[in-house]
Design a protein around this ligand. Sequence first.
Ligand SMILES: *[C@@H]1O[C@H](CO)[C@@H](O)[C@H](O)[C@H]1NC(C)=O
Ligand SMILES: *[C@@H]1O[C@H](CO)[C@@H](O)[C@H](O)[C@H]1NC(C)=O
Ligand SMILES: [Cu+2]
Length: 223
Amino acid sequence: MRHATPISFFLFFLPLTVLSISINHDITVGPALSFSPNTTSASAGDTLTFHFFPGKHNVAQSSFSTPCAPSPNGFYSGFIVPDSGEDATKFVVTVNDTQPIWFYCSEVMHCQLGMVGVVNPPISGDTLASYALAASKTTDSTTPANVAGGVFSSVNGPPSASTSTSASPPTSTTTSTGTETKTSGTSTPTQSTSAGVVLVSGNVFLNGMSAVVAVAAIWAGLI
Ligand SMILES: *[C@@H]1O[C@H](CO)[C@@H](O)[C@H](O)[C@H]1NC(C)=O
Ligand SMILES: *[C@@H]1O[C@H](CO)[C@@H](O)[C@H](O)[C@H]1NC(C)=O
Ligand SMILES: [Cu+2]
């Protein structure tokens, strides 16, 4: 029977090899004129969850060459302005590839004063510092016409865990303009104060755990 062990071992690892783990990256927007963290490394299929704090802020995607102005088909959250603390509404954007994603807040002068960020900055060449410098030299910001490229969520973390390699990003582009329904009150905002904190989504973790348990059980049974 011993000779059977390696084969079953492979068989039980097979599902794990196609399991891609999506990670959510939390980014706070405000209350200071900054995104935190302002630099994030993400893989395709990961999500970015923007958490909004007081001050009048939003997040809009830009290109490196046009700071403080939206890129065509870029994402835009709309203004999300809580009275105090974190707004219940978060904006979740799926990362589709590892190309750099430059973004800014379009409120008057916020981009010029350094309210900018990047996901997957190039290893060499364009830097956030040079983007911020170029932004500081622009005279005004452009606010996109419509909310686009993401979904609103009232929960912390990604709206749903994707464990499939065929990435199925949330396709429902929210086109509702302007007026957002604010669910006030009960959700306790967990402000992620540590920069760069990543939350492995619960579903993925559980799937991973049960796979590990299954493999361990089989392994133990065969020995
Ligand atoms: C990015 O954030 C870090 C940490 O807060 C800060 O030291 C740095 O100046 C920021 N970079 C830019 C270009 O704003
Ligand atoms: C990824 O694709 C989805 C679906 O087209 C889109 O909503 C989202 O904005 C894209 N993400 C980025 C960073 O462009
Ligand atoms: Cu702002």
